[in-house]
Design a protein around this ligand. Structure first.
Ligand code: HEM
Length: 237
């Protein structure tokens, strides 16, 4: 099953470069996790209303629709696994690291949709990001490392109210996100959210940003570790 899924996902990305939105879909499914109540997580409920209709999830129906023919071709895969595998194959396809993947996420029913407000607000800085990410079980390093996924993709006015990509090549997964947020003379065509610039607020976090900007391998190594954790949130619950 894994080989077939990887093949179908790779064919999709060759035809339609939707890697960024699939990465966002997977993260918005799993990022609803609450470690205290053991609710939310990578469980496929993002495809149901009301979760699908939360403002934070605007546009993600596009990713779900693109993945649906693959679910039809391999019905034994859960949506939760398909979204997460879609994300790791997307990152690898875009030049990022190879991320280990385990199957076994269960799809939960519509009644188990996560409540609204569990995903981060892009207009806020570290205190808010800490509150959101610590609920999932991440520390500051997790926030700094996972934000590097904004090397991929862009914001769209009609989806989030923001506009533009973070990097000059938004279909390539590399460490350029960190290089861009450190620039004193930012490229006006590129996006910087308050939540991106928040990574520079604390000296320790800034040091990490500087390390990742200078050393792609160090970023990839830490990214793999944090992404595996993100992709498995709620998996064992
Ligand atoms: C740190 C807090 C975060 C905030 C506030 C945030 C916010 C946003 C916003 C506002 C967008 C634009 C959505 C649109 O207009 O379509 C976006 C896109 C995106 N985000 Fe995040 N994000 C965060 C963390 C993450 C994480 C942890 C990941 C993955 C590990 C991620 C992956 C992406 C990707 C790949 C896109 C591009 C989607 C596309 O091109 O369609 N983000 N994010």
């Amino acid at each position: 099953m894994e080989d077939k899924l990887r093949h179908l996902l790779t064919e999709l990305y060759k035809e339609t470069p939707c890697m960024p939105i699939v990465v966002r879909l997977a993260w918005h499914d799993s990022g609803s996790y609450c470690a205290r109540t053991k609710t939310g997580g990578a469980n496929g409920t993002i495809r149901f209303s009301p979760e699908a209709d939360f403002g934070a999830n605007n546009g993600l129906g596009i990713a779900r629709n693109l993945l649906e023919p693959i679910k039809k071709a391999v019905p034994e895969v859960s949506y939760a696994d398909l979204y997460q595998l879609g994300s790791v194959v997307a990152i690898e396809f875009a030049g990022g690291p190879k991320i280990p993947f385990r199957f076994g996420r269960k799809d939960l029913p519509q009644e188990k949709c996560s409540p609204d407000g569990r995903l981060p607000d892009a207009t806020k800085r570290m205190p808010h990001l800490r509150e959101i990410f610590s609920r999932m079980g991440f520390d500051d390093k997790g926030i700094v490392v996972l934000s590097g996924a904004h090397a991929l993709g862009r914001a769209r006015k009609e989806r989030s109210g923001f506009d533009g990509p973070w990097t000059s090549d938004p279909l390539v997964f590399d460490n350029s996100y960190y290089q861009e947020i450190l620039k004193e003379d930012p490229d006006p065509k590129l996006l910087r959210l308050a939540s991106d610039m928040a990574l520079l607020d604390d000296a320790e976090n800034r040091k990490l940003v500087e390390l990742y900007a200078a050393d792609k391998d160090a970023f990839f190594k830490d990214y793999v570790e944090q992404h595996v954790k993100l992709s498995e949130l709620g998996m064992m619950a």
